[in-house]
Design a protein around this ligand. Structure first.
Ligand SMILES: [Zn+2]
Length: 326
């Protein structure tokens, strides 16, 4: 006769800052000046880390049911109720691909949070990434949970306005933004279709709509890759997430930087004005009006060092677009 105790050690650590995701607030990316404020806020946050379960065998037949198991606790290191996106996808996602089983036998399946026409889709907006899908609604409309899960975050958040984030057993987190009223609390279990909030126009929003996101380990994914919005159903029960897709499709900030850099290189090679970043991966492309002194200053080095590294003389005339090793 054996008794199985599963003891979960819940460690509270206040200064474990995992939030390295940039642009993690959907269409509400913080301005640079907000970083300090948010950092301070995050440092005050208590984060619960589920350590490895210690399994002790005993003599009795009862099972200790007083265990706290957050949805997908095996996938996520933290359960943070104060920070919207405390994860770093690139640090957490160590495989080339993963198959996400969206619904399983016996769970509540998938329910559209609310039906309505789409007014904005996943992608780069003029100045910032838009990590969600916007659904046109009226303020006060009922918003329901998309899958079974547990509310992780329910509070006002810069950009999102009143926001609910639900962690699901399938590994995804769903984000519901610009709400007028929150009807759930962190730690509350929900079933697909349960009322969680009323829609609204809070945060960075002009006009009532629901900002709806799918995230996996903090990485936003395009909900339209999962959902047939016409029918209001899932396109498939499984979704294969590949690292390559994240790099080529979902990591909007990295894609945007790459795009800008490519434009800069193209301009530089054509002799136009280079507008891209300074040295990247140790290579600087000469811009219009550059000389070795300016390049050295901009890249915190010396003319001498540049000459030595690039086998140049101090009097060498530089070409626009020429590669300079920094
Ligand atoms: Zn949005």
């Amino acid at each position: 006769m054996k008794r199985l105790f599963v003891i979960l050690s819940i460690t509270c650590i206040g200064f474990f800052n995992l939030n390295a995701i940039s642009g993690s607030y959907g269409d509400d990316k913080n301005k640079r000046g907000d970083d300090k404020k948010n950092k301070a806020k995050r440092e005050d946050t208590s984060k619960f880390v589920v350590n490895n379960a210690n399994i002790i065998e005993g003599d009795e037949e009862t099972t200790d049911t007083a265990q706290i198991l957050f949805p997908s606790h095996d996938l996520y290191a933290t359960w943070d109720t104060l920070s919207a996106h405390p994860y770093n996808f690139n640090e957490c996602f160590k495989v080339d691909s993963v198959c996400i089983q969206l619904t399983s036998m016996g769970d509540g399946g998938f329910v559209m949070p609310i039906k309505g026409p789409l007014t904005s889709v996943f992608g780069w907006r003029r100045y910032r990434p838009h990590y969600g899908t916007d659904i046109d609604i009226e303020t006060g409309d009922q918003i329901v949970s998309a899958f079974d899960g547990m509310v992780r975050f329910a509070k006002y958040c810069h950009g999102y306005g009143n926001c609910v984030i639900i962690r699901h057993n399938n590994g995804l987190e769903t984000v519901y933004g610009h709400l007028s009223k929150l009807l759930v609390e962190p730690g509350q279990k929900v079933t697909a279709g349960d009322l969680i909030a009323l829609g609204g126009n809070t945060g960075r929003s002009s006009g009532s709509h629901l900002h709806f996101e799918f995230r996996y380990l903090g990485q936003a994914l395009d909900t339209e890759d999962f959902i047939d919005y016409e029918k209001g159903t899932l396109k498939d029960y499984c979704f294969t997430l590949r690292k390559a897709d994240v790099e080529n499709k979902y990591d909007l900030r990295a894609l945007h930087s790459r795009h800008k850099r490519d434009i800069g290189y193209a301009r530089a090679s054509k002799g136009g004005k280079y507008t891209g970043p300074a040295a990247k991966n140790g290579i600087y492309y000469v811009r219009s009006g550059d000389n070795l002194g300016r390049i050295a200053k901009r890249n915190h080095t010396t003319i001498k060092a540049l000459c030595k590294k690039n086998k140049l003389k101090e009097t060498t005339v530089l070409r626009i677009g020429q590669k300079i090793k920094i």
